[in-house]
Design a protein around this ligand. Structure first.
Ligand code: GBP
Ligand code: ZN
Length: 274
């Protein structure tokens, strides 16, 4: 199983997954279909399916076009998520396959959107599995709670995704890692894994490289949302239960951004007036 990153829009990623023996391919969230089809051609890949994580336009917005470009391609998406161009709806636990060696398991991971699906892929026995988490789990972060509750995000992150094998590679929908780790430091200033990963992520970005994939193991060590289970994290945010802590950390992240943005607006305002 080979995975190729395809950076799209400002900070989105599509991913091309290839079954190397048959050269059959699946693409996750092909928001820029021409780009994706180009990468598939360069690699001699026959595109068979689209895996849509959720209905937001920056993930599902290329589905109609890719159906025109690749006649017969199947477009999978969550059954309660109104995914544009979806031809095949999936529910939690549904299984698909790609080529000879790749198995795909659909995992319902709601909260960012109601019908959000993460896709867990296993290849040959010796290869580490991969999970495509869209906007549910980011490296060191999670998606905003647009269509769900902290209880649901707890289930999605800390139960469903946290139960996957630790070496599972995590491929998420956006390049938010540096900001997420900077925020993570405000929750756990003494967590060495967070500071080490932040320096590494900053170097990667300065060299124009992605910070993805992560692994489930690394997320359990450095992602404050996935660590809401831990008494020391609950204590840091003044909460007594995992769900309460998750809700509080999400609220802090929303405000942290807000404060940052309003500082920048304020600076712009001063610049204009001076
Ligand atoms: C940043 O941090 O770089 N631009 C800002 C945040 C996912 S995209 C942008 C933002 O809000 N991103 C969303 C998110 O969940 N972020 C997590 C976080 O900030 O911690 N989207 O494009 C977003 O889902 C969208 C599209 C949203 C259609 C609503 C609709 Br409707
Ligand atoms: Zn989204």
């Amino acid at each position: 199983m080979k995975v190729i990153h395809i950076p799209c829009l400002e900070d989105n990623y599509s991913y091309l997954v290839i079954d190397e023996k048959t050269k059959q391919g699946a693409v996750v969230d092909p928001v820029e279909p021409e780009k994706v089809v180009g990468v598939a051609k360069e690699n001699g890949v026959d595109l068979k399916l689209v895996l849509t994580t959720h209905h937001h336009w920056d993930h599902a917005g290329g589905n109609e076009k890719i159906k025109e470009l690749v006649p017969g391609i199947k477009v999978y998406g969550g059954s309660v998520d109104n995914v544009k161009g979806c031809t095949n709806k999936v529910e939690n636990g549904d299984r698909l396959s790609l080529g000879d060696d790749i198995n795909i398991l659909a995992l319902h991971t709601p909260c960012h959107t109601k019908g959000h699906i993460s896709y867990y892929l296993t290849g040959k026995e010796e290869e580490d599995p991969a999970v495509f988490t869209g906007d549910t789990l980011f490296v060191a972060g999670c998606g905003k709670f647009f269509e769900g509750t902290a209880e649901q995000m707890y289930q999605s992150l800390c139960v469903t995704l946290a139960s996957l094998p630790k070496p599972t590679r995590v491929y998420c929908g956006h390049e938010y890692t540096v900001k997420n780790l900077q925020f993570a430091q405000t929750v756990e200033p003494d967590n060495a894994k967070i500071s080490q990963k932040l320096s590494w992520a900053q170097q990667q970005r300065q060299s124009g490289l992605p910070t993805i994939p992560s692994t489930i193991q690394e997320e359990l060590e450095s992602n404050p949302f996935m660590r809401a289970d831990l008494p020391e994290v609950q204590e840091r945010v003044g909460c007594k239960s995992p769900v309460e802590a998750l809700r509080e950390i999400r609220q802090r992240k929303d405000n942290w951004r807000g404060v940052w943005e309003s500082c920048r607006c304020f600076e712009d305002f001063l610049d204009l007036d001076v």
